[in-house]
Structure formats: structure tokens, C-alpha cells
Design a protein around this ligand. Structure first.
Ligand code: NDP
Length: 325
């Protein structure tokens, strides 16, 4: 039987890869779009309007701030699976716009849970949590039992959403799970994220531009994976027999400097000639490296990240080079 999925955040990095994956698997895919002044959806444009799978993709205007419309979309599309990916996804920006970050990420998730709970037909729901719920943890790797002590409005909003999903599952029997994701990147990553800024900068410099890339602390490390692999894991989580929260991570921490070295090596240049330090981007020192425990995802859904750390850097630079050539 053909399955139906509803995706919030379909125009984002993960939403677009998940759309590709689900269409490939034969799903009917419905996506929630915010109404904006622009009609371009660059991350979905590669889906050929005349391709047969395009007839299984349907887009609907709704907003996480507009529960009536969300409820109407869920009711009319009757999804088997609901992937909740929408939100204000930038750690740094959450300090500039804390109220809307909390409104979208915390309350938006709660609103969806209430809709799913009230629905007449069963819906499996996945919420994307974040490693930022752990803040600056005192041990690594972080696991599902690591205390949530977020240090940003983004992390606090994600912690609320992750807890809400667990509570709705336990209190109301909703099939709802959290994918607690560490950083995952791709050529479709937003331009305000440091990995994309580096990849684009390297391609620009390789093409002859002399303006250096301005960065903050290079000794910060992150657990960087590749977005298409993470959406595959999200899909597997909703196919499991029991609803279980999982950490999705590579299990390896890579410093920003190592990422940078590999990015420049991809084009045969030395990063030290093209990077300047900018205090605006410096982040406080982190006592313990952020990287996630991968064991439960391996045993529960047989998932392991393949593209890890500096390999992501090379892949992103190569994609930028293709775009600029
Ligand atoms: P993006 O920023 O690329 O996409 C966010 C999506 O949310 C966009 O489609 C955006 O729409 C949509 N959105 C924002 N506000 C609203 C709203 N009010 N109503 C409806 N839609 C809205 O994020 P990613 O794809 O990278 O991430 C997906 C999820 O995973 C996010 O929740 C993020 O916080 C989480 N996450 C991501 C990680 C990563 O490394 N990528 C790591 C950990 C968690 P529009 O196109 O209109 O802006």
C-alpha cells in the first residue's frame, strides 16, 4: 500500500533530502510551506516538474504559528508518517530572536503533538532534537541519559520539544520519537552555517578571489555528518516496531581547523594564506568535546554514518566547485 508522509520544513536542508528519499521509496509526500514574498524553492527545484514522482509531491501553505491551518493540513492529507523538521535552526540566531525561536521550536512541536493526539487515524511522528540540548556536557560521548543543560535559547527550545515528545508518548500513547541529531551538513546547508561558509569561500578563492574567509575559534570541534544519511536514519526510526528516541551522530569530533585544512587541500591551497580571525565569531571554550554515542542507532535501526568529519568538508567543496564552474 502506498504510504503518505507529511513534512514540516520541506524547504530546508533536511526536508529536501527527505523528500528525495521518500519519493524514491514510492511515498506520496506532502510538505508544509511558509508563505513568503519569494516563490523560489531552491532546495526542491531539482525535482523535475515533468518527472512521474513529481505528481506524488504536494505543497501546502501553513505555519507552525498557525495551529488551525496545521490541523487542517494534517486532517486533509491523512499522513501515515509526520516528519517535523521545521524550526529556527541556527544556534547563534536564537540569541537575536529568542521568542520566535521558542515559539516555533518549542510551542510548534507541542501544537503538532496535540494535533497528532487528537487525530482519528494513527500517525507516527518524528521530531528532530539537537545535541544543543546538552549544552556544555562534562563527558563524551553524550548519550540519551546525558543531562539536558542547554546554553542557548535554541537548545532550551529543543530540550522542551524533546521532553514534550517523550511525555506525549508516555502519557497519551502517541507513536512519537526524537532524533537527537548532531551537526549534519551538505551542499544544501544554509549559507549562515560555518561549514557552508567555508566550502563556498574555498571555491571562491580557488576561482581567483582574494578576499579571505573570516572565522572565529578554530579549536572548536563538532560531530559532523552528511545530511542525506541522517534523513535515511529518520525514516528508519519511523519503520521500527517500537517508538524509541535515538542519538544520530558520527561518534567522532573534528576541529574546525581540521575541517578547514581538508577544505583547502581539496583545491590544493594552504588555508593559512586565506583565513583571518574575526572576534565576532569566537565562541566560549568548551570543556568537553561534543560527539554522540552511536551504539543505540546501530543496534535499533542498523544505522551508522559513513561520511564523517573532514570527508564532509571535501564533499561540500567539490559541490561548490561544480556550481561555480
Ligand atoms: P533549515 O534551516 O535548513 O530548515 C528549516 C526549515 O524550517 C525550513 O524549511 C524553514 O522554512 C522551516 N520553517 C522555519 N520556520 C517555520 C515556520 N514558522 N513555519 C513553517 N516552517 C518553518 O534546517 P535543517 O534542515 O538543517 O534542520 C532541520 C531540523 O533539524 C531543524 O529543526 C533543526 O533545528 C534540526 N537540526 C539540524 C541539525 C543540522 O546539523 N542540520 C542538527 C540538529 C538539529 P523556510 O524555507 O521558509 O525558511
Amino acid at each position: 500500500m502506498t504510504k503518505t508522509a507529511l513534512i514540516t520544513g520541506i524547504t530546508g536542508q533536511d526536508g529536501s533530502y527527505l523528500t528525495d528519499l521518500l519519493l524514491e521509496k514510492g511515498y506520496v509526500v506532502h510538505g508544509v510551506l511558509r508563505r513568503g514574498s519569494m516563490t523560489e524553492r531552491p532546495r526542491l527545484d531539482h525535482i523535475d516538474l515533468n518527472a512521474p514522482e513529481r505528481s506524488r509531491l504536494h505543497l501546502h501553505y501553513a505555519d507552525l504559528n498557525d495551529p488551525t491551518t496545521l490541523r487542517r493540513v494534517v486532517k486533509s492529507t491523512r499522513p501515515d508518517e509526520l516528519y517535523h523538521l521545521a524550526g529556527q535552526s541556527h544556534f547563534g540566531a536564537s540569541f537575536d530572536i529568542p521568542e520566535s525561536t521558542a515559539e516555533l521550536t518549542a510551542m510548534g512541536t507541542l501544537r503538532l503533538l496535540e494535533i497528532v493526539r487528537d487525530c482519528e487515524h494513527p500517525i507516527r511522528m518524528l521530531n528532530v532534537g539537537s545535541s544543543e540540548i546538552f549544552g556544555r556536557p562534562d563527558h563524551a560521548p553524550q548519550t540519551l541519559t546525558t543531562p539536558m543543560i542547554p546554553v542557548s535559547p535554541y537548545g532550551a527550545s529543543k530540550a522542551f520539544a524533546v521532553n514534550a515528545v517523550r511525555i506525549w508518548r508516555e502519557a497519551f500513547g502517541v507513536f512519537a520519537v526524537n532524533a537527537i541529531c548532531y551537526n549534519h551538513e551538505s551542499p544544501r546547508r544554509g549559507l549562515s552555517f560555518v561549514t557552508r561558509k567555508i566550502a563556498r569561500g574555498v571555491a571562491r578563492i580557488a576561482a581567483g578571489d582574494t578576499v579571505p574567509i573570516a572565522l572565529g575559534s578554530l579549536d572548536v570541534s563538532r560531530d559532523w555528518g552528511y545530511a542525506p544519511e541522517y534523513v535515511e536514519a529518520m525514516w528508519r526510526m519511523l519503520q521500527a516496531d517500537t517508538p524509541t528516541d535515538l542519538i544520530l551522530a558520527t561518534g567522532q569530533a573534528t576541529t574546525l581547523q581540521a575541517f578547514l585544512v581538508r577544505a583547502f587541500e581539496t583545491v590544493g591551497l594552504d588555508w593559512r594564506d586565506h583565513v583571518v580571525s574575526d572576534p565576532r565569531f569566537v565562541r566560549p571554550a568548551e570543556p568537553v568535546q561534543l560527539f554522540g554515542d552511536t551504539s543505540e542507532a546501530a543496534s535499533h535501526i542498523d544505522w551508522r554514518a559513513e561520511v564523517v568529519g573532514t570527508d564532509v568538508a571535501e564533499l561540500m567543496v567539490r559541490a561548490e566547485l561544480l556550481q561555480t564552474s
